[in-house]
Design a protein around this ligand. Structure first.
Ligand code: ZN
Ligand code: ZN
Length: 194
């Protein structure tokens, strides 16, 4: 594993700027991987890790930098829960650890560096200095990962009976003898404009 500073440098490039979220994300991922005893996530251990992120904010980019888990590799799973937390799963050992930022860390940052007025700067520094257990809560968890969620899964591709678009990874909905995509089944997030 690289050092905090090396990861922060990488994260700043990948994310476009250095911010408190990058420090949080890098440390969150480093802690998760340490707990799982994974030390080369982008090298020899690159097929071992799946990461579930619970928020789409700055920290998520940093988690990707450290773990090497990406959406396009199916190793990054997004649960849109608005929580500053991530779960790191080791496919080899079956172990998983969920790391969540403590709500108290913001107040702690303020009390550690009251001399810094800018909140982002204040948190950026404090989040570097804070011990892991004051910044995060880590918990061993079990995560069930069915085959169709794994990277490299090759399954049958079906076609939606309504719109005709292809559906991978068993994301179809079967209803009244029909095979539907999730959009046609009523989960559409867009409305076609005619
Ligand atoms: Zn940011
Ligand atoms: Zn459809």
């Amino acid at each position: 594993m690289k050092t905090l500073q090396e990861y922060l440098d990488e994260a700043a490039v990948a994310h476009g700027h250095l911010c408190a979220g990058q420090v949080l994300g890098v440390r969150m991922a480093m802690l998760g991987l340490q707990k799982l005893q994974i030390d080369d996530p982008k090298g020899k251990d690159r097929k071992r890790v799946i990461t579930f992120v619970e928020i789409d904010r700055c920290a998520t980019d940093a988690v990707m930098v450290v773990t090497g888990c990406r959406l396009g590799k199916r190793a990054l799973k997004f649960r849109d829960w608005g929580k500053m937390a991530a779960t790191f799963v080791d496919l080899e050992s079956g172990k998983a650890v969920r790391v969540a930022a403590r709500e108290s860390s913001k107040d702690l940052a303020r009390s550690m560096h009251p001399e810094i007025a800018d909140k982002n700067q204040q948190q950026m520094l404090a989040y570097r200095e804070m011990p892991d257990d004051q910044l995060f809560q880590a918990q061993w968890v079990h995560v069930e990962i069915p085959p169709e969620e794994l990277p490299g899964y090759k399954g049958e591709r079906v076609v939606c009976g309504q719109c005709g678009e292809g559906i991978n990874f068993q994301r179809e909905v079967r209803r009244g003898g029909k095979v539907l995509c999730r959009a046609c089944a009523g989960e559409r997030y867009y409305e076609p404009i005619s």
